[in-house]
Write a protein that binds this ligand. Sequence first.
Ligand SMILES: [Zn+2]
Length: 268
Amino acid sequence: MGVRRRNRSLVTTGSAALGVAVMALGVTQAAHAQTGDAAAGADAGSCRRHVALSFDDGPDNSGAAASPAYGTNALLDGLASRQVRATFFLIGRKVVNDPDAARRIRAAGHVIGNHTMNHRDMTLMTYEVAKQEVRQAQTVIKGATGATPTLGRSPFGRFNATVDRAFASVRLARSNWAVESYDWRPTATVAGVQETVLARVNEVDGTLASTGSAEGIIVLMHDNGVATAAAVPGIIDSLRAGGYCFGKMVPSRTFSEVNRGYAAVVPW
Ligand SMILES: [Zn+2]
């Protein structure tokens, strides 16, 4: 249960004086909860490792009418309920179709990344065309949200030196991930996605720990996964129970072998 929700119920059942006191307490608790992961990051001993959740192919609420637990809006609600921020790699043409959803992502404080204009395999493009794909999406995202992405992700995670150069030409650091959730499969289930993410994060953590690396872990999921929005709150709870904190993706000059790109995970 979220701190805010608990306080709200207390306020409605308490006297006016108690309500004021509880609200004051609530502000402190909420502020603490919001900075909890950053505070834990400052204290290296209390944080097993930082994990960054990333969501590709949005904004997408196209299936929300059929299932309320589907899509970007449901995802944002789940993240907000756990006070976790993530990174959303948006597709330019989907931002054009649903700029309000893109703005909602921005307003919730998440990082917005560039997932190109049309989501086509960039390794099959010339440098000029690849650059155009990135540049158009950058313009559209900036226009809709006011955010200027500093991170990019190539469609299907496919990249080569030319693709990286195309992103860099628009001042974007291209990054992939360390953990693939396989949530894009039409047969994905809530339990299946949760188990996959948990198991893989622990596996990568073990590998990194064996070399003494403090590097963070980037997880790949999708706004339009059939089970994703329903799976995310449980994933967050389980990772927290396992001692992980949630971090922020930032550009890095160094190529990460773990996350397959030029991004690092830092405390918020
Ligand atoms: Zn994609």
